[in-house]
Design a protein around this ligand. Structure first.
Ligand SMILES: [Fe+2]
Length: 526
């Protein structure tokens, strides 16, 4: 999705250096030294804050990046005094990973605040140890206590980068204010194919002024470019504060590589010297894994789809609809084959198996692509076509296997919405009704509403988007930036979804009771 263009322009070298210098001054005040300046230091420096992610009942990943070859020293405790260190380990950060390092803290107590302290030891001068940065996360509970999380997507898109005078990427600060247990980033965590220019014109003549970097001044094609996109986002103080306090479950969409790419694509696009999408995807995937604190799967080291067991109330399924899909642009057919792949057969079988095994009350499926934009059914079609065939197969499997209490979360549309999928309104009808909740962008242009495909009968129950007058790519400073909040009550097991904006206003909310027998009961209130 997001077929709408990136804004952006190439900037002059002189302007770049001037702006970067002022950005450095800003970020240094915030306790973060920019890499170019940190090399003057005698001791290694954590260049882009700390992150945690992929927490479980007893573990969590931690992440940092160094300014030189370093050993990341890791300590964990259950209090921020670090009086009793319960775990310690280390991970080396070398140029081969752009000095990023991440490691899994294991054997942690369940449902517990974990404070982690990261510091860097210079591998060339082991006596030189840098200042620590402390972060924290909470492990998943083993009991039925209340939990909450936020989700969104679309960070730094369409040339809307960090304008310090406008508060930077403010939605991250608002999400932090909600104190969620974790954050699901549904993708477009970077916009590799969008440049960030020095400035953009706003309606009415005001100017949006970006922090700019060399890597974000061109579309990404090299590994260094892709890495530079993640480093850019981490220049934002809101993002770093959020990362230090809230663990992330990251999935990717298309812009982590290139607009609407598919694995076998022969690239014939303006600005791209490379001819193979697979080569760009390999670089994009490498940078994604280097800069996101997601786990490593030995069976498929680049894998992004995974299941998160978050205690008795919640299993979270993070999908990857980009890495295994069939070609774009073919006429969608009514029979299944490589041209119709979306998740691909292996991921689809995994998802069915894991949904069937799940004993958690709620099964939340985080999707990088909204279900109403996948199938692209031809007018008058009587069966699912193309990429919709896998979704039809999955939904009918979920009905036959009587898998209760599922819902879908996504971003991608650059507006927020609640979609109720009802077989009574659908071309394909062998499924139980379900909700899909859409939120985003976190920090990107806001779109006007998208048309939804009728294959699975979506009904727009709520939406907040850019108006026709505001148009597509409405700037982030006008308040139409969105995230969603999910709370599961430990006593009643009721799940409440709240759609919010950057000002933390409640736009719409619904509470869903878990199904106790066939047929979920949905209670909707404003
Ligand atoms: Fe996007």
């Amino acid at each position: 999705m997001c077929e709408r263009p990136c804004a952006g322009s190439v900037i002059s070298r002189r302007r770049l250096l001037t702006t970067l210098a002022s950005a450095t001054a800003t970020t240094a005040l915030d306790g973060l030294a920019a890499p170019a300046f940190s090399r003057l230091s005698q001791r290694p420096i954590i260049t882009h804050g700390v992150q945690s992610g992929d927490v479980s009942l007893d573990s969590g990943m931690v992440w940092a990046r160094a300014d030189r070859p370093s050993r990341m020293l890791i300590e964990a405790a259950t209090t921020d005094s670090f009086r009793d260190i319960i775990r310690s380990s280390f991970m080396d950060a070398l140029p081969e990973t752009d000095f990023t390092a991440k490691a899994l803290l294991e054997d942690l107590p369940a449902g517990q605040d974990i404070f982690y302290r990261l510091r860097l030891q210079d591998l060339a001068s082991p006596n030189a140890v840098g200042e620590p940065i402390v972060g924290r996360f909470r492990t998943a509970p083993s009991d039925r206590r209340s939990i909450s999380f936020v989700w969104s997507g679309d960070t730094a898109g369409q040339g809307w980068g960090i304008d310090v005078s406008r508060g930077g990427m403010r939605t991250y600060a608002t999400m932090l204010h909600n104190r969620p247990d974790f954050f699901v980033h549904c993708g477009d965590s970077i916009y590799a194919d969008c440049t960030v220019p020095t400035q953009q014109k706003l309606p009415g003549g005001a100017i949006w002024r970006n922090i700019v970097t060399e890597e974000k001044s061109r579309i990404a094609t090299t590994l260094a470019d892709y890495r530079g996109n993640y480093k850019y986002n981490l220049l934002d103080a809101n993002v770093r504060h959020f990362n230090a306090e809230v663990p992330i479950f990251a999935q990717w969409d298309n812009h982590e590589v290139m607009e609407d790419w598919w694995p076998g694509e022969a690239i014939n696009r303006q600005g791209y010297g490379e001819k193979s999408a697979l080569l760009l995807a390999a670089r994009g995937c490498r940078a994604f894994h280097e800069f996101m604190p997601l786990r490593y799967v030995p069976a498929e080291p680049g894998r992004i789809y995974r299941k998160v067991s978050y205690g008795p109330l919640l299993d979270l399924f993070l999908l990857d609809m980009r890495s295994y899909r069939g070609p774009n642009g073919t006429n969608p057919k009514d029979h299944y084959g490589p041209d119709a792949h979306l998740l691909g057969p292996v991921q689809l079988a995994w998802l069915k198996r894991e949904l069937n095994r799940s004993s958690a009350t709620w099964k939340v499926i985080a999707s990088d692509t909204p279900l109403g934009t996948i199938a692209a059914n031809a007018p008058g079609a009587r069966t699912p076509l193309g990429r919709g065939i896998e979704i039809a197969d999955l939904l009918s499997f979920m009905q036959r296997a009587r898998i209760p209490n599922t819902l879908w979360l996504t971003a991608d549309l650059h507006y927020t919405a609640a979609h109720y999928f009802d077989p009574a309104n659908a071309v394909f009808q062998d499924f139980e009704p379900f909700w899909e909740f859409v939120s985003g962008p976190i920090h990107a242009g806001t779109w006007t509403p998208s048309p939804l495909d009728r294959t699975f009968g979506p009904r727009v129950v709520f939406q907040s988007a850019a108006s026709r007058e505001q148009g597509d790519n409405f700037a982030p400073c006008f308040g139409l930036q969105f995230f969603g909040h999910v709370a599961i009550d430990g006593n009643t097991e009721t799940l409440t979804v709240t759609l919010k904006d950057v000002a933390d206003r409640v736009l719409w909310s619904t509470s869903i009771e878990p199904r106790v027998d066939q047929g979920a009961r949905y209670l909707t209130r404003r």
